[in-house]
Design a protein around this ligand. Sequence first.
Ligand code: ADP
Ligand code: MG
Length: 472
Amino acid sequence: MAAPFAYPNHWGIHKRMNFADLGLSPDLLAAVADAGYTEPTPIQAQAIPPVLMMKDIIGIAQTGTGKTASFVLPMIDIMASGRRRALMPRSLILAPTRELAAQVAENFEKYGKNHDLKLALLIGGVQMGDQVKALNEGVDVLIATPGRLMDLFERGKILLNGCELLVIDEADRMLDMGFIPDIEFICDKLPENRQTMLFSATMPPPIEKLAKKFLKSPKRIEVSRAATTNKDITAFKVPVKSRQKRETLRWLLRHDHVETAIIFANRKTTVRELNKSLQSHGFASSEIHGDMDQSSRLKELDRFKKGEVNILVASDVAARGLDIKGVSHVFNFDTPWHPDDYVHRIGRTGRAGAKGRAFTFVAEEDGEAIANVEKLTGKEIPVFGKKDVRVELVEPSKEEDRPRREERKAREDRPERSERSERPARPKPERKAEDKPAKARKPRRDDAREDERGKPGEWNGPVPGFLEVSAG
Ligand code: ADP
Ligand code: MG
């Protein structure tokens, strides 16, 4: 048997649990074992038994704590009995984004491989024909984004009155995305007599209201205080001038032992421009944001998961809840406007017990946002460079490099706009043959070599000013 998964204490249980203790069927336990899971996470341990007893559930646990399996596993056993009927899905899972819905479907496929269950995935950006065909043939589990479901419902292509089980996943994100009216509409179309589960990382008041309206004496399972952040994540804030954000980011990418990173920005345009800028500096990066169609989003995500690129620049909507394992770093290129997004963003690292680091850039215009984040999380985020500087700083050395350095500095200091317009003319740094494209370069040794060869487009400037900032 594989070594038991060690749960950090902050997850709140000290007793070791087995999946076999939870009342799941042998076929399902076999699939779980094949997936490599040896122990349920706390939300799974607490949610699975009452879900199997057909109770309504509110599950609150931070991102990355395994909420998906806490409803997918019991649902597989519940759905195992009963019959499919055309146009009338037997259960419904609502997820806020296409990626999240696709991820839930993947979970069903993984754990449901020993069961005969029919799934349909109803998401925007995918041909509707196949989805309608699947519905006609009858499905056990319908996984949908609210928009697409409303679409089909209004065209009479789907009946919701045979749906005896509803899951509202990532409810707080639904709220951010304005889906609450859609969810209310959908809930009203479902039979009164049904089981309802709601999962969320945080419980803002409108979600409490929604739960009160549509759940029947739910069992509330709260794994750790909402909006606290994971102890496996070392978080820093980095005071920086707006125009030095890119330079500072590159410095950190090269000097903080970055293996894989997600960089969040508040605006789609920033995501696009930042990705281009990183690529022009020789980083293996890609982007994901709400303006991309479904297939390119999944393609980029796949490239990241496979390690073809090790840096993903993302917007909140595109990245919410995405299950990306082993991300060593999260960078908030902007402090998120909604403090809940902070929790979700940095939850991309430090998942399932692994350690991670999160850096939040704070320029003048981020001042109010960071105050809100610290209010929500209940603690001040330490300033990077004051206590934990893991790496030695590279000295700005070599006299002969000085003119180039100064020329470069002048270029860097220009506003972002000019960098954009001059980009086509900038030479792309050629990559060393032994340089794995998927890995951010291990900093010091490579940088020293880089310096000797005087490659264009690479960092050679002074240590960024943020390390000298003295005010907390
Ligand atoms: P959440 O929905 O709470 O953000 P997910 O359901 O996406 O979290 O799960 C987070 C990660 O933890 C996934 O990579 C998942 O495969 C993994 N995971 C889930 N349950 C377990 C478990 N019991 N043991 C180990 N890893 C798990
Ligand atoms: Mg989730």
